[in-house]
Write a protein that binds this ligand. Structure first.
Ligand code: OAD
Length: 253
């Protein structure tokens, strides 16, 4: 499944970035955005995932996110998430940079995770910026307003037309620029600026590998493509690394 060159580059890597998208969570039962069953085939992003949409109909957007929050709570990390969490321990620097808001990397045990599009488990008040986590306030039955100031409460996720969180973006660029290997996993690579990251890695000399059963906009820029589901490819990659004698580096941290 993997070339000898890839396994060698990865075995010797000091710094690795796993850039992930909705595809890594697909096998946990979380629908992706694009493709036949994708979320954006049933809903219009501009009606649900933008500030204009929220201000036009706050209860609708809050309820949609409450429904998604419920889905995320009911699913579990899959073998792909778990393999990445295990790989983290094999390298001096291993960073997951994710576009997902589902918290599944954390739940799988990954420690170094940068969430470029926020996390659905957090919300905040647009007026006083009070922050809420998950069930702290009841989100999902009609309009939810801030118990402190009655302001509108929104999910702490990035909507279309909004900037990515500054710290996460800067740290992601830093990790990518110094990466020896970048894995682009389960993303269609069409949403910018996040999709720039694998290309930036390549520009800075990383060996860039896509893991995705389908061709994407990024495929042709990759050094190698693995046409496989991430829940199959990533555990296999972890086994190969173990077999290649890559040791746990926890004591080096
Ligand atoms: P997409 O839905 O655009 O792409 C999902 C990708 O996962 C596709 O390329 C699939 O081929 C691939 N895929 C499906 N099943 C897979 C599996 N089992 N293993 C590996 N890959 C698999 O999702 P994203 O690229 O994450 O943004 O979308 C990027 C952003 O667009 C999202 O963060 C969201 C969305 O609109 C915002 O909400 C701001």
């Amino acid at each position: 499944m993997f070339s000898a060159q890839f396994v060698t580059r990865l075995s010797k890597a000091q710094s690795v970035v796993a850039f992930t998208g909705a595809g890594i969570s697909a096998e946990s039962g979380v629908p992706t955005f694009r493709g036949n069953q994708g979320i954006w085939t049933k809903f219009k992003p501009e009606e649900l995932a933008s500030m204009d949409a929220f201000l036009a109909n706050p209860p609708l957007v809050q309820e949609w996110y409450a429904a998604r929050r419920k889905v995320f709570r009911e699913v579990s990390p899959n073998a792909g998430h778990v393999a990445l969490a295990r790989m983290e321990k094999l390298f001096q620097r291993f960073t997951v940079v994710t576009q997902n808001i589902d918290n599944l990397h954390h739940r799988a045990g990954s420690l170094s995770v940068l969430e470029l599009h926020g996390n659905i488990g957090r919300s905040y008040c647009l007026q006083c910026y009070r922050e809420f986590v998950d069930d702290e306030i009841e989100l999902g039955s009609g309009l939810t307003s801030c118990p402190t100031c009655s302001g509108l409460v929104r999910p702490d996720v990035v909507w279309f037309g909004e900037q990515l969180p500054e710290h996460e973006w800067a740290e992601s660029v830093r990790a990518i620029e110094s990466a020896d290997v970048v894995l682009s996993i389960g993303t269609s690579g069409v949403v910018f600026p996040a999709a720039e990251l694998p290309l930036l890695g390549k520009y800075h000399g990383a060996y860039v590998v896509e893991i995705n059963p389908e061709e994407t906009d990024l495929s042709r820029s990759m050094d190698e493509v693995i046409r496989e589901n991430s829940s199959i490819a990533l555990p296999e990659l972890f086994r190969l690394l173990e077999r290649a004698g890559v040791q746990q580096t926890e004591t080096l941290r």
